[in-house]
Design a protein around this ligand. Structure first.
Ligand code: UT7
Length: 323
């Protein structure tokens, strides 16, 4: 008998405003053609004025709870992965907790930038396996539009806003990889690479700052590290690339997604791709892809998924789970 953190519900939310690549042609020396060719992005959603990250997170959380057939007080813990929390404190997760009307349990944010949802899943899994919580709402939500330098064409055309959420529940498995739920996790960071992806402001400088990225350098690390972390997580439980039904990658760049699939020897027909519609939504990108992949009928109960991400830190990692 082995305890497993099993997905019971999934949901997502995208703000109403859809911005096509052509919008940027009006103010920047860029083109729809360049953005599509270099990143695969065609459009992204931007939050409305006054709409905060916790508002997006709340909508995704409600959708995931509905999907699970649960009410907020069924949940023991909320983990919200974000780098764009509404306020310096309290944690945006506690804002979601109170907006849900949840009066018990605990809630906290995880900040690992684009790898945030992977870190949040690994933490939720640990809480469940240790008996600290039986039902955990894991959310990824971002408003990266608030940290864009709109004069920097090399970054502002790439990012978008959105939120996705999963409800995980403790269930008893056999200990075999045929069990549903999280089967393994792999987390990594290397703070030496701070300069290639960071925000040039923050609380102790009393500024908000803008996202700065050396895209080519990040690209190089991504192609090298994403397949490696996926292999590490699969190796931990004796699984092979060919066992994987779906790669659900962080949605930053279609060329990175393709290169990783190729390194894993899997065709693009086994990869969930949403980058064309969402852009890079940082910690929200994986739960958005999970929700959209399930809604499209791609991801089905019992499928073996590998999900992987890399971003600022550098921080990267992967999770192997059976849906
Ligand atoms: O989620 C966190 C992880 N982030 C990532 O994974 C992002 C990783 N990096 C990337 O996705 C890609 O590196 C980018 C999409 C950011 C850039 O693609 P690239 O093929 O690496 O292009 P580049 O940065 O080497 O730029 C090529 C050219 C440059 O011009 P020169 O120097 O060759 O004359 C840029 O100035 O494209 C120019 N450029 C643009 N041109 C039109 C940069 N941004 C734009 C733009 N429109 N928006």
């Amino acid at each position: 008998m082995t305890k497993r953190a099993v997905v019971r519900g999934v949901g997502h939310y995208l703000p109403d405003r859809v911005v096509p690549n052509s919008e940027f042609e009006k103010t920047l020396d860029t083109s729809d053609e360049w953005i599509r060719a270099r990143s695969g992005i065609e459009r992204r959603h931007f939050a409305a004025e006054g709409q905060g990250t916790s508002d997006l997170a709340l909508c995704a959380a409600r959708a995931a709870l509905d999907d699970a057939g649960m009410v907020p007080d069924d949940i023991d813990a909320i983990i919200l992965a974000t780098s764009t929390a509404d306020l310096t404190f309290p944690a945006a997760a506690t804002m979601v907790q109170s907006a849900l009307g949840m009066t018990r349990g605990f809630a906290f944010d995880v900040q690992a930038v684009c790898a945030g949802f992977i870190y949040a899943l690994a933490n939720a899994n640990a809480l469940i396996l240790s008996g600290q919580a039986d039902r955990v709402l894991v959310i990824g939500a971002e408003t990266f539009s608030r940290i864009m330098d709109w004069t920097d064409r090399s970054t502002c055309v790439l990012f978008g806003d959105g939120a996705g959420a999963l409800v995980l529940e403790a269930q008893t498995g056999t200990g075999e990889t045929s069990d549903r739920g999280i089967l393994s996790t792999d987390l990594n960071s290397d703070g030496r690479h701070r300069e290639i992806l960071y925000v040039d402001g923050g609380v102790s400088t009393q500024t908000t700052g803008y996202l700065r990225m050396q895209g080519k350098e990040v690209f190089r690390h991504a192609v090298e590290k994403l397949a490696a972390t996926a292999h590490t997580a699969l190796d931990k439980v004796g699984l092979k690339d060919s066992d994987v039904d779906w790669i659900v990658p962080h949605q930053a760049n279609l060329r990175i997604i393709k290169a990783t699939a190729q390194k894993m020897g899997l065709p693009m027909s086994r990869v969930v791709v949403t980058v064309q519609d969402h852009g890079n939504t940082s910690a929200a990108s994986i739960p958005l892809a999970l929700a959209v992949g399930a809604a499209r009928g791609q991801i089905k109960q019992g499928d073996l998924l590998v999900t992987e991400a890399i971003g600022g830190g550098l921080a990267w990692g992967s999770v192997v789970l059976r849906w």
